[in-house]
Design a binder for this molecule. Structure first.
Ligand SMILES: [Zn+2]
Length: 308
C-alpha cells in the first residue's frame, strides 16, 4: 500500500516496515519480523522488481521486531544493512522480556511474535554504521536524525523532498503493548531512557515533515510538530507499574521512572487540558509555555475522564 510518494507500507496491524522506491531501486526501512519475508517477495512482484533491486535496509533501531528478516535480505540481495553506530553492537536483535506481556492488550503482539519467529531473529552479521546528520547514499537518500531514548541509536530517517519521516519506535501511533493509539512514546519500560526519548522529540518536530510513518500504528499526516505535541501530552506508562514486578521494569538496561519535569520545544500552544479520545483513559497534564516556546511538563498525568 502506497502511504506517501513512492513509499509503501508492509507488515501487519501491529508492526510496520516500509519500501522506498527511487528510479527502480529500493530501500527498506526496517525489516519487520522474520516471518514477514514472503511479504517482501510479494512487494517486489507488485513493484515489478526483483530481489537484486534492493540496495539497502536501513534500520531505525536494533530491536528484533525491526531487524526481522534483515539478515536474510542481506544474504539474498545486494543490499547492505545500515544502522546508527550506537545500535550497531551486540544490541542488534533485542527481544522484549516476557514480563512486558502481562497486559492482555499485549497478547496480540506476543502471538504475532511467536507466529513470526521473533525469538529466532537472526543476528545481522555485517552492518554499515551511520551517524546523526548523514544523508545516506541509498535510494530515497534518507537523512538521519538521531533520536536517542527508545534505544541509544534510535533514529528518524527523513525524506525531505517527499515530506516524510520514518520514526521507528521513537514516536509511534500505536503502542502494541497497551493498544493505545495516537502519537506517543512507547511504554516506558520498553525504552532505554524515556526522559531522553521525550527530549529527542524536539528534533523530530524540527524536521517539519507532513507525514510521520512510525514503526507501529497508522501513518500520521498532520505534520511532525503536531505529532510531537500529541506525544508529549500522552503519558508514557511504566511497563509494570501495576504488574507483577512493582517498582520498575528493565528492558534495555535502565529502570522505568517518572521524572518530575521534562522539556521539549514544540510549536506554539497554550496552557490546556489534553484529552485523548482514542484511548480508554483520557489524561490531563499541566503544561506551561514560555516565550521561547519551551514546554515544561510537570507532575504525573492526572486522570480527568474515563471513557467506556
Ligand atoms: Zn518496535
Amino acid at each position: 500500500m502506497e502511504v506517501a510518494d513512492r513509499v509503501y507500507r508492509f507488515g501487519s496491524r501491529l508492526v510496520n516496515w516500509f519500501v522506498i522506491e527511487d528510479a527502480g531501486r529500493l530501500t527498506l526501512i526496517d525489516a519487520g519480523m522474520p516471518g514477514h519475508w514472503p511479504q517482501l517477495l510479494v512487494a517486489l512482484r507488485r513493484l515489478g522488481a526483483r530481489l537484486d533491486a534492493v540496495d539497502a535496509i536501513v534500520l531505525t533501531h536494533s530491536h528484533a521486531d525491526h531487524v526481522g528478516f534483515a539478515e536474510r535480505a542481506r544474504t539474498q540481495t545486494p543490499a547492505t544493512v545500515r544502522i546508527h553506530e550506537a545500535d550497531s553492537g551486540s544490541a542488534s536483535r533485542k527481544i522484549p522480556p516476557l514480563h512486558l506481556f502481562w497486559r492482555p492488550t499485549s497478547w496480540p503482539l506476543l502471538a504475532e511474535s511467536l507466529r513470526s519467529g521473533l525469538l529466532a531473529t537472526p543476528k545481522v552479521e555485517s552492518m554499515v554504521r551511520f551517524g546523526d546528520g548523514d544523508v545516506l547514499n541509498v535510494p530515497g537518500r534518507p537523512r538521519v536524525v538521531h533520536l536517542p531514548g527508545h534505544t541509544a541509536g534510535s533514529c528518524a530517517l527523513v525524506l525531505d523532498d517527499r515530506g516524510v519521516a520514518f520514526t521507528g519506535d521513537s514516536l509511534v501511533t500505536l503502542d502494541p503493548f497497551t493498544a493505545a493509539t495516537g502519537p506517543r512514546l512507547m511504554l516506558s519500560g520498553v525504552n532505554e531512557d524515556t526522559e531522553e526519548a521525550r527530549r529527542s522529540l524536539s528534533r523530530l518536530a524540527e524536521t517539519g515533515v507532513d507525514t510521520v510513518l512510525p514503526g507501529h500504528g497508522e501513518p500520521w499526516r498532520g505534520g511532525a510538530a503536531a505529532a510531537v505535541d500529541h506525544a508529549l501530552n500522552s503519558p508514557a506508562r511504566c511497563a509494570d507499574a501495576r504488574g507483577p514486578r512493582r517498582g520498575g521494569a528493565r528492558y534495555a538496561g535502565r529502570r522505568c521512572s517518572t521524572s518530575p519535569a521534562v522539556t521539549a520545544t514544540v510549536p506554539p500552544s497554550s496552557t490546556r487540558t489534553i484529552s485523548a479520545p482514542s484511548t480508554r483513559t483520557a489524561v490531563a497534564t499541566p503544561v506551561t509555555v514560555s516565550p521561547a516556546r519551551r514546554v515544561t511538563i510537570t507532575g504525573r498525568p492526572r486522570v480527568v475522564q474515563r471513557a467506556r
